[in-house]
Design a protein around this ligand. Structure first.
Ligand code: SAM
Ligand code: SF4
Length: 450
């Protein structure tokens, strides 16, 4: 008992030490958020919600997936869809990164990848009704999709346009690295109809950027942002908090510089230490350790600054001023997600499938079918999916929660400063709500599924 109270006292003392590193104007708000969840939810329970297959494995092996997808397409009436294409390459691998990406070593690998991807696009194109499904958003993620040679990128995009119903209102979004955004490349992207660019900024703090394995200077990143905005792209950025040797002032300075540059949308990622980056971090920053309490204070302070500058969330980690980030919100629109490329994870109705890593993806299939790792029937999430989608996108209708029997949860979340009113009987996620997204989704599942 005594030990527990000492621990929580230390935790409280640490919290106030971190709080003092934030601007005075934010301190009352952050202290209020902390006190509202203290003793109810552990601060260290922050995590990204995981798909069911990660927890329970697959129902179907890779060979059964395509048959299932074909069957679903034969049964379904055409409706709007979202399309994701994973490009697993980068020019060089940054040491801090935990994404599934590889350095693009030679043009042969890029060629082999593009021909496997083209084979997959062709297979999707043969599904009944595919051309009648309007594409709301086409999202190129990675890796760094613009590390592909321009001619190959163009070839892929043109084939996608022939295969799917990509129209003038389709949002075409590409994850990019600032130093690859030359004026010529931006012109090419514009000509191809790309209208949204998401740049991995991470931090503008120097020399930390270079120690993390980034090659462009802060000035070059800001120039690339100006260039994208000047060419009429919706321009967004990824920023990481909790990086080694980052401090509160420079974290907030990074956000402020992006706000001043007129960034349209901004994702705030908590730094992850995983198998992919562990060795690099240990070697480069031997004294680094993760403090979730410190990360919590960073996220709260970033949230305050972005709200003050007029940004609101349209997803639990994405803040928008003039971005509408259609990709993150496909579940809220009840759209299928057709995902192509290695490790890409898609959903057709309540069927979720996943592709293998690059090596498996490149293997030839005698029937020229795309390669899959496995598939899972998620119809058990039928009851919970609408509400979890609403939570992740921060658009909760109070009445819907009450009529689903979740009135007590609603009251609990309001008293813990997890939800706040946003008008017309709706609530949105506060900073606590974003931080606790995984445990609150679990609470919904337990309440609805028993
Ligand atoms: C797939 S990357 C694409 C960005 C692009 N390749 C670039 O680096 O400019 C998407 C984002 O994941 C985030 N990310 C990468 N490694 C991370 C880590 N270890 N912890 C948290 N976020 C990470 C970064 O913010 C990155 O911009
Ligand atoms: S941060 Fe971006 S460029 Fe760097 S390795 Fe990760 S995906 Fe590639």
């Amino acid at each position: 008992m005594i030990k527990k109270s000492t621990e929580s006292q230390n935790f409280g003392t640490q919290f106030y030490t971190f709080l003092n590193s934030t601007p005075r104007a934010f301190q009352e708000k952050i202290a209020g958020s902390y006190n509202a969840i203290k003793g109810v939810y552990p601060i260290c329970s922050h995590a990204m919600p995981q798909p069911l297959w990660k927890k329970r494995g697959y129902n179907d092996d890779g060979d059964q997936v395509w048959e299932k997808i074909c069957r679903l397409f034969r049964q379904n009436t055409p409706q709007p869809v979202s399309v994701y294409v994973h490009v697993p390459f980068c020019q060089q691998k940054c040491g801090f990164c935990d994404c599934l990406s590889l350095p693009i070593k030679d043009s042969l690998t890029a060629d082999r990848f593009v021909s496997a991807l083209q084979m997959e696009i062709k297979a999707w194109g043969q599904l009944p009704g595919i051309k009648e499904c309007p594409v709301t958003v086409l999202y190129f993620g990675g890796g760094t999709p613009n590390s592909l040679p321009d001619a190959l990128f163009e070839q892929v995009l043109r084939m996608l346009k022939k295969t799917f119903q990509i129209h003038e209102d389709t949002q075409i979004s590409v994850e990019c690295n600032a130093h690859l955004l030359t004026p010529e490349r931006l012109r090419m992207l514009k000509t191809l109809g790309v209208n949204r660019i998401s740049i991995g900024v991470q931090t503008l703090q120097e020399p930390l950027r270079f120690r993390l394995g980034r090659h462009s200077s802060a000035k070059e990143v800001l120039t690339a942002i100006q260039r994208c905005k000047g060419s009429g792209f919706i321009t967004c950025a990824d920023v990481i908090y909790g990086l080694p040797e980052q401090n509160m002032n420079v974290f907030l300075d990074t956000l402020q510089s992006l706000i001043d540059a007129g960034i349209d949308g901004l994702s705030l990622y908590r730094f992850n230490l995983r198998q992919q980056n562990q060795e690099f971090i240990k070697k480069t920053f031997p004294r680094f350790h993760i403090s979730e309490l410190k990360n919590y204070v960073y996220f709260q302070a970033g949230h305050c600054l972005l709200n003050q500058a007029g940004y609101q969330k349209n997803h639990f980690i994405h803040f928008v001023r003039s971005d509408n980030n259609l990709y993150y919100r496909h579940v809220l629109r009840s759209e299928d997600l057709i995902a192509l490329g290695p490790t890409a994870d898609g959903v057709i109705g309540f069927y979720r499938y996943r592709h293998p890593h690059l090596k498996g993806y490149l293997l030839k299939d005698k029937n020229n079918r795309p390669k899959f790792e496995g598939g899972t029937d998620e119809s058990q999430t039928m009851k919970t999916r609408p509400l979890t989608a609403a939570l992740m996108c921060g658009e909760i209708v109070e009445e819907k929660m009450r009529s689903a029997g979740l009135g007590p949860l609603l009251s609990k979340w309001q008293s813990c400063d997890i939800l706040e009113p946003s008008g017309s009987g709706r609530c949105r996620l506060t900073a606590n709500g974003s931080w606790l997204i995984d445990p609150i989704i679990d609470e919904v599942k337990r309440a609805l599924d028993g």
